[in-house]
Design a binder for this molecule. Sequence first.
Ligand code: FAD
Ligand SMILES: O=C(O)[C@@H]1CCCC=N1
Length: 387
Amino acid sequence: MSSQDYDCIVIGAGVHGSFTAYNLAKKNRRTILLEQFVLPHSRGSSHGQTRVIRKAYEQDYYTQMMEECYQLWFQLEKEANVKLYRRTGLLVMGPERGVSFPAIKSTLQRNKIPMMTLQRKEFSQHIPNVNLTPGHEALVDMSAGVLYADRTLKTVQDLFQKLGGVIKDGQKVIDITPGSVVTVTTTSGVYRAKSLVITAGPWANTLLSYTGLQLPLQVLKINVCYWREKVPGFYNIQQHFPCFIQLEPEEARNDIYGLPSNEYPGLMKICYHSGFETDPDERDRQTDRGDIDILQRYITSCFPGLVPTPAIVESCMYTVTPDHHFVLDNHPTHSNIVIGAGFSGHGFKFGPIVGKLLCELSQGEVPSYDLAPFRIRRFQALSKSAL
Ligand SMILES: Cc1cc2nc3c(=O)[nH]c(=O)nc-3n(C[C@H](O)[C@H](O)[C@H](O)COP(=O)(O)OP(=O)(O)OC[C@H]3O[C@@H](n4cnc5c(N)ncnc54)[C@H](O)[C@@H]3O)c2cc1C
Ligand SMILES: O=C(O)[C@@H]1CCCC=N1
């Protein structure tokens, strides 16, 4: 067993822990990033080749955070000389009389985000091979696109190490002792630091239990489905096919989204924006595929150029809060412990800004954004503190 002292310990080398560690190292803080699995791995929420990046949100605060976040993505690409973003645009389709579609449209308009509305008659000219559901409207968030996820993690972790940061992978954290100096015990070492950041994705509550806190988080297994093009190239990124979000009526609750064929030749990724409750250590025992039936019906009616049987199904996990907004906050009892959790299936694109904010919180700095929507106290009666 080794015992070492740092300014900050970060638990979890997913997208948020990696960006947080990188921000700390840029500020010359002696930082260690602990990861339970050998890197890279596909057992959490940040793996896979691609994610959507967009400014199209219902809430101004996400859209406004994304303004700076795009700049941070571009800076990172420049610093590492690597391509992480590809512009495709994002087609948003939804019921004109619903809540979400009009809200997204007005947020984009209010914040002067480049967008294009598509009238039904011009829809098929611009977006061939997609049927717009009767009663639905469409718009395009012009600067949206694809982020290369696995490449991002490697890039950020490499930069962190170049700045002197230490990564210990294959070390599972098995205990945390809070205090003015926090002690973290892993399966092969003991580490001490002035502050701790917990970015453990689906395992957040397991880690928080060592600190006497539980958050209202639900872990869902997501079936990540890829669908074959009947004619290769129909929905290809090279043919400028966009990412899309299909907003469903509020009572149907869950949306569908997709990315143009890119990662696997001739296959388009289309997923249901929800899944089935799971224990993150037993993910593969969750075999429910009810979402795939919903996707098959949707693809048959709206994407006639795809074979409506998935060609590949991979697995990933969401960690969902009751309001689907993130948790970015100091621990209510131990202020030198900072929590980034509950990214609810839409956190990847925010990686650079979440890393900056968690770094600021851990250093006792005033955060760059109003974090009221992300504070733990919003759960009040829901979060159980055993302290
Ligand atoms: C299928 C899918 C599609 C998505 N699409 C999008 C999208 O298009 N756009 C978007 O913005 N977002 C998207 N998301 C959401 C986004 O990917 C997640 O919000 C984000 O990856 C969460 O990252 P994280 O760092 O919080 O968690 P994770 O990536 O899970 O990282 C947590 C890490 O902590 C480690 N850890 C846990 N416990 C311990 C321990 N005891 N000791 C040491 N290490 C530990 C884990 O092994 C893991 O590596 C998607 C998510 C999924 C699953
Ligand atoms: O966050 C995103 O942009 C994607 C697409 C919509 C649903 C969830 N993730």
